[in-house]
Design a binder for this molecule. Structure first.
Ligand SMILES: N[C@@H](CCC(=O)N[C@@H](CS)C(=O)NCC(=O)O)C(=O)O
Length: 197
């Protein structure tokens, strides 16, 4: 297996997932964004984005899909839940990508990434409201459980934990005490520590 990767990007999630399932892999370390024209990456993923995972003849793109794929590919790691719990597993995986990440990206663009003259305080504020609303739902959910699916860590915690790392860097977890406690729990996992080393 090969992972096209750069630190401090969405590819950290895939590296963490690989570490959790203990899959032998090669990290193709790219400099972000300068190396995205890497011909091998472009061939595997015409969008030229990371993370991109190559597993023999299979190519998997999208950080969340890579994590869910790895949990199924390595069942012995026990990170994919039973059929009875799958609805929650899928729900939270899509919740991260659909309900949280667009707001987070908007906040990032309008407070950090864009040149100052292109930033809109109004867009950042509106995005923060949407982010807080969605994170509040996760916070309520985590008030009575250690992980998204209950007391057992699963691959969807890699997906959610990864986006929380990004949010934490922008100080967006203030006021969400259950999410903060959860984040502390997941990011002290040895696999996470190896992934960010
Ligand atoms: N929806 C994709 C987004 C991947 C993505 O945008 N990755 C960034 C790095 S964090 C990238 O490669 N950007 C370069 C580009 O879009 O050209 C995912 O979740 O994996």
């Amino acid at each position: 297996m090969k992972l096209f990767y750069a630190p401090q990007t969405r590819a950290v999630s895939s590296r963490w997932a690989l570490e959790e399932v203990a899959a032998a892999h090669e990290l193709i370390r790219l400099k972000f964004p300068d190396d995205l024209n890497n011909s091998e990456l472009q061939k595997a993923n015409p969008l030229g984005q990371i993370p991109t995972l190559v597993d023999g003849d299979q190519v998997v793109t999208e950080a969340s899909a890579i994590a869910l794929y790895l949990a199924d590919r390595f069942p012995r790691a026990g990170l994919a839940p039973t059929a009875e719990e799958r609805h929650q597993y899928y729900q939270w995986a899509f919740f991260v990508g659909a309900a949280l990440e667009p707001h987070l990206l908007e906040i990032f663009l309008h407070t950090v990434r864009l040149p100052e003259e292109e930033r809109s305080a109004e867009r950042a504020t509106r995005a923060k409201e949407g982010f807080d609303r969605a994170l509040g739902i996760a916070d309520d959910h985590l008030a009575s459980r250690s992980y998204l699916l209950g007391e057992r860590f699963s691959m969807v915690d890699v997906i959610f934990g990864s986006i929380l790392g990004w949010a934490q860097m922008m100080n967006l977890l203030e006021g969400f005490e259950h999410v903060r406690a959860y984040f502390k729990r997941v990011c002290t996992r040895p696999a996470f520590e190896r992934a960010v080393a």
